[in-house]
Ligand binder design. Structure first.
Ligand SMILES: [Ca+2]
Length: 365
């Protein structure tokens, strides 16, 4: 589309397809320099289909809409002040045009421009969607928000997206004044709620001398909780699957205790305990908020030995708690008085330290 051609020069709006299946909307200046390109993974225009195209030109600002949806907005500072407008078609047998209308600029809403075209969230996360309006001085800023699949992500009346469960959906802002004007935002929700490998900081796990990030000889970094210290992630969970690598110190005490706090709120939480005793036995124990024992699995030996890495998995669904060590069940019980939500973390007592790595929270399948 030639915008204000004068002599042989004009600003140009281009649509281009490529052999790899992608397409682009582009803004060129009179020297054919690309001022802006918006790439799309597929062909935006399909064969034998009618589209409603709208181009807004105000000074050097140009915006392009297809079927009421934003495609491109950019400025050509070197635009011609005035000139002829028209079309050019190349490598296509033909294009058909109809109902070609030029209108004076007004403050009537022409388009909703989302600040992001796609977002990725973890289940449980929230995100405020941001949009701007075209033209900027339109009074028609009323919108409603819709989710194509609320089981993946819900959206509030004010555009706050709440990621619910793993999957993909589209969130749409729809103009109240003209429901044909809308903006789609693709939302991908991953099942992982929080994940830390400690290679670039604590990512919400508190870090200080008692709870440090320590490097192995091979350079891999782990979270090191010293004897007597507690490490709670600064995030609130409801139901979750917690998986992590637990590496033990090179010497083990006669008596040692390792707790996992499940949803601590105030001072209360369900606690999962591992205890090793001087007589060589060990136990996995579930305690309620009042430190009452709900369940215990006793073992004739030490379940955790020195200088060894274990895969620990904890599945918490409402009051049900299940614990696995290297994929073998260790404890499964219910705390009827569990906290509905709270922080999750660890406490080490008796052991010189415990090392944690690849701590991942994901949604309960
Ligand atoms: Ca690591």
């Amino acid at each position: 589309m030639f915008d204000r051609q004068a002599g042989s020069g004009s600003t140009r709006v281009g649509y281009k397809t490529r052999p790899d299946g992608s397409s682009s909307w582009l803004l060129y200046n009179a020297a054919w320099t690309v001022l802006r390109e918006e790439k799309l993974p597929g062909h935006d225009l399909q064969p034998n289909t009618e589209y409603e195209i709208k181009v807004l030109v105000k000074g050097g600002d140009i915006s392009v809409y297809v079927d009421g949806q934003f495609r491109l907005k950019a400025a050509d500072p070197g635009h011609n002040a005035a000139g002829k407008v028209g079309f050019y078609v190349n490598n296509v047998s033909h294009m058909l045009f109809d109902d070609i209308l030029f209108k004076a600029l007004s403050t009537e809403l022409a388009g909703i421009i989302p600040s992001e075209r796609e977002i990725r969230l973890a289940a449980g996360e929230q995100h405020q969607m941001q949009v701007t309006f075209d033209p900027v001085d339109t009074p028609d800023t009323g919108m409603t928000w819709q989710s194509a699949d609320p089981s993946v992500a819900e959206v509030s009346d004010t555009g706050v997206v709440h990621a619910v469960y793993e999957g993909q959906t589209i969130i749409t802002a729809v103009s109240v004044v003209n429901p044909l004007i809308k903006a789609d935002i693709a939302v991908t929700v991953s099942g992982i709620m929080h994940e830390t490998d400690f290679e670039s900081g604590g990512n919400g796990w508190p870090v200080d001398p008692n709870r440090s990030i320590a490097a192995d000889p091979d350079g891999n970094r782990r979270y090191k909780i010293l004897n007597g210290a507690t490490g709670l992630l600064d995030r609130v969970f409801e139901s979750y699957v917690l998986e992590f690598k637990l590496k033990t110190p090179s010497t083990m005490p006669e008596d040692g205790t390792f707790y996992m706090f499940d949803r601590q709120a105030g001072s209360g939480s369900t606690r999962i305990g591992y205890r090793s005793r001087a007589d060589g036995t060990s136990s996995w124990i579930l305690y309620d908020s009042a430190w009452q024992k709900i369940a215990e699995t006793s073992l004739p030996n030490r379940d955790i030995v020195s200088d060894t890495e274990y895969a620990v998995k904890v599945v918490v669904k409402n009051g049900d708690v299940a614990v696995y060590l290297d994929n073998e069940p260790r404890l499964a019980a219910t705390d009827p008085n569990h906290q509905p939500s709270g922080k999750v973390g660890f406490y080490v007592s008796g052991f010189d330290y415990m090392l944690f790595d690849d701590i991942r929270f994901s949604v309960v399948p």
